[in-house]
Design a protein around this ligand. Structure first.
Ligand code: PAF
Length: 283
C-alpha cells in the first residue's frame, strides 16, 4: 500500500502532528469501519464538497459489537478502503490500532442518550454506547468542523447528534441519503454476507417501504394503515423475520399514529437467512 506523503495515518500521535500542520483548513470527517462500498463513496464525495480536507477513519470498533464472532467476521480490507477513499476525494485515511484508540487506562466510556434505548438499542444492547464512545474519541482526535453519516443508520445519527450537542457543539453533523442497489436494497457492508437467494429476497424490504411511501404520497396518513401495507408486501417473503417496522418522529424517534409531514420516518429491521438488515424511508 502506498502511504504517500502521510496520506495513510496509523497512529493517534502521527495524526496529531498532521492535524497541527493544517490548522487553517476546514475538515469534513467520515468515520467508517471499512469494507467501503458506494454508500461510503457518496459520503466522502459529499464531504469533499463541504470542506478543504476530508479525513476518513477506518476502525472496526469492538465496543459496538455485542457478539465477538460478529466482530471477528467483520471484513478487514484496509488496502482497498484506502484506495477507495483517496479516489473519492479523501486527503487522509486514519486507521489506528485498537490499543491506540482505547489504551488500557482509557476512561471516557460514554452512555448514549435515551434515544438509543429502543429499536437498534433494544435489539443490540450496548451497541450505541460503543458507537458514541468511539465517535467521541474520533471527534477529539480529528477535531473536524463537519462529520458526515449515512441516513441508512437513522437512529445512529440521532444518537450521535445528541452526543455531539453535549460534547462537541461546534461539529456540524450532516446526513447523506441512503445509496441503493438497482433493485432498491440499501447498500450495507452486511449485504456481502447474504447468500444469492437471500440477496434476491432482500429486495422485498425496499419494496415494502416504497409501497408504504407511495400510499402516503397518495394521501394516507394513518400509520396503522400504512404499516399494514408494508406488512402485506413483507408477507410475500416468508424468510424475512421482522424485528420492527414503525413510523416515528425524525427527531425524537417517538412512535406516531398519524404521519407528520416532513418530520416522520419509517424505521425497519429484519433478519433474512440469519443476516440482520435495517432500512428506512422518510415521509
Ligand atoms: O456507521 C458506522 O460505520 C459505525 O457505527 C461508526 C459510525 C463508524 C462508528 O464505529
Amino acid at each position: 500500500m502506498d502511504s504517500g506523503p502521510m496520506t495513510l495515518i496509523r497512529s493517534t500521535e502521527h495524526f496529531a502532528t498532521w492535524r497541527s500542520s493544517i490548522l487553517d483548513q476546514t475538515i469534513s470527517f467520515v468515520p467508517t469501519m471499512g469494507a467501503l462500498h458506494s454508500g461510503h463513496v457518496a459520503l466522502i464525495e459529499y464531504a469533499k464538497s463541504q470542506s478543504d480536507i476530508v479525513v476518513v477513519s477506518v476502525f472496526v470498533n469492538a465496543l459496538q459489537f455485542g457478539d465477538s464472532v460478529d466482530f471477528d467476521k467483520y471484513p478487514r480490507t484496509l488496502e482497498t478502503d484506502y484506495e477507495t477513499s483517496i479516489a473519492a476525494g479523501a486527503s487522509i485515511v486514519f486507521a489506528p490500532s485498537a490499543l491506540d484508540m482505547f489504551p488500557t487506562d482509557y476512561k471516557k466510556y460514554l452512555t448514549p442518550s435515551a434515544i438509543a434505548d429502543k429499536f437498534e438499542g433494544a435489539s443490540r444492547p450496548g451497541h450505541f454506547a460503543g458507537v458514541v464512545t468511539v465517535v467521541n474519541r474520533l471527534f477529539e482526535i480529528v477535531t473536524p468542523q463537519k462529520a458526515i453519516f449515512g441516513a441508512k443508520d437513522y437512529q445512529q445519527i440521532a444518537v450521535i447528534r445528541a452526543m455531539a450537542r453535549e460534547l462537541h457543539p461546534t461539529i456540524e453533523i450532516l446526513q447523506v441519503d441512503t445509496i441503493r442497489d438497482l433493485d432498491g436494497l440499501a447498500l450495507s457492508s452486511r449485504n456481502a454476507r447474504l447468500s444469492q437467494s437471500a440477496r434476491l429476497k432482500a429486495k422485498t424490504i425496499p419494496d415494502a417501504l416504497f409501497a408504504l411511501r407511495s400510499e402516503f404520497d397518495s394521501g394516507q396518513t394513518n400509520c396503522a394503515v400504512l404499516k399494514q401495507t408494508a406488512f402485506d408486501v413483507l408477507k410475500n417473503e416468508t424468510n424475512i423475520s421482522i424485528e420492527y417496522l414503525e413510523v416515528v418522529d425524525r427527531q425524537t424517534l417517538e412512535e406516531l399514529s398519524v404521519v407528520e409531514l416532513h418530520s416522520s420516518v419509517v424505521l425497519f429491521a429484519g433478519i433474512i437467512d440469519g443476516i440482520r438488515l435495517i432500512d428506512n424511508v422518510e415521509l
